[in-house]
Design a protein around this ligand. Structure first.
Ligand SMILES: [Cu+2]
Length: 314
């Protein structure tokens, strides 16, 4: 069988691959069978061999044969598909839960102890349940090696996927639902490691300590990188989806507030409002509604650090 030991990266690989191969096999058989049959008929019943048309009446037994056989084949394909899909819809109670936030345009993974990462670390041979939260538009979490893909629908309750990684290694993970300009940025990795290594990674606070020792500027930059601000903003003067941050501090920008155009000086207050309520002041030349509020995602302290970083870009 195709799904050898080596390719079993998750508990769902076998079921999905078996369904796929059966469906492919049936389709391939009929492609060949029908093509050959067509050629035979073209040869056998062409006009030269049969100058006078023969009137053919129906055949009940033929009708039954070509109804029953395809019916059984489709039921077979359905059965394998159903058997592979059913277990995906219910996560085991002992599954470790991780919340996945998808937004334009990055993924963030949050563990039960509050640890946040942009790479998904998982223990081998332990079931995990990923609770999917779409912050803005439709995204879809896809991990090809595990044969799992699930749409992330804004506002949908109980939006999840689960699986059990069964092989150590690094696997691709990406968004499979076109979600705008920088959709291809929603690309990351799953790192599957031994359970013991995972447990020490989970409680490892060296990262936290190192982060505490960073300067506010470095922290601000790291937060912005992790949460994906640079998908829409540059620091080199180029315009992307949003304005560049180059020279932003203290500059005077023309914004639309409500229906009114006005000039504002970029200060702490303005930046804080831009992050928590982006559509309150819309920068001239850019579209309303593209940047969404980071309320609840970024704390006041995070925003302070971001402001410190933005100050250095002059
Ligand atoms: Cu996406």
């Amino acid at each position: 069988m195709y799904s050898s030991e080596i390719t079993q990266a998750s508990n769902f690989v076998k079921g999905v691959d078996t369904t796929f191969l059966i469906t492919l096999g049936v389709s391939f058989f009929f492609l060949i069978f029908l093509t050959v049959l067509m050629l035979v008929f073209i040869y056998k019943y062409n006009r030269k061999r049969n100058p006078k048309a023969t009137q053919i009446e129906g055949s009940t037994s033929l009708e039954i044969v070509w109804t029953v056989i395809p019916l059984l084949l489709t039921l077979l394909m359905f059965y394998y598909g159903w058997a592979a899909y059913k277990p995906m819809t219910k996560a085991p109670d002992n599954a470790m839960e991780i919340t996945v936030y998808g937004r334009m345009w990055n993924f963030m993974f949050e563990y039960e102890n509050g640890k946040r990462t942009d790479t998904l670390y998982l223990p081998k041979d332990k079931p995990v349940k990923l609770n999917l939260v779409a912050m803005d538009v439709l995204h879809s979490l896809y991990i090809p090696a595990f044969r799992v893909k699930q749409d992330m629908v804004p506002g949908k309750e109980n939006n999840f996927m689960w699986f059990e990684p069964q092989k150590e290694g690094i696997f691709e993970l990406y968004c499979a639902e076109y979600c705008g300009l920088q959709h291809s940025y929603m690309y990351s990795y799953v790192k599957v490691i031994e359970d013991s290594a995972f447990q020490s990674w989970m409680v490892d606070t060296t990262q936290v300590v190192a982060e505490a020792l960073e300067s506010p500027t470095a922290t601000g930059r790291r937060i912005m990188q992790n949460i994906g601000c640079f998908a829409c903003h540059t620091i080199d003067g180029n315009k992307l989806v949003g304005p560049t941050f180059k020279g932003i501090w203290g500059a005077t920008h023309t914004v639309t507030t409500g229906r009114e155009k006005r000039e504002v000086e970029v200060d702490e207050e303005y930046i804080r409002r831009s992050i928590y309520d982006p559509n309150a002041d819309v920068v001239e030349g850019f579209n309303r509604g593209l940047m969404l509020s980071y309320e609840g995602q970024l704390s006041d302290e995070d925003v302070e650090n971001i402001i410190e970083y933005l100050k250095t870009l002059n």
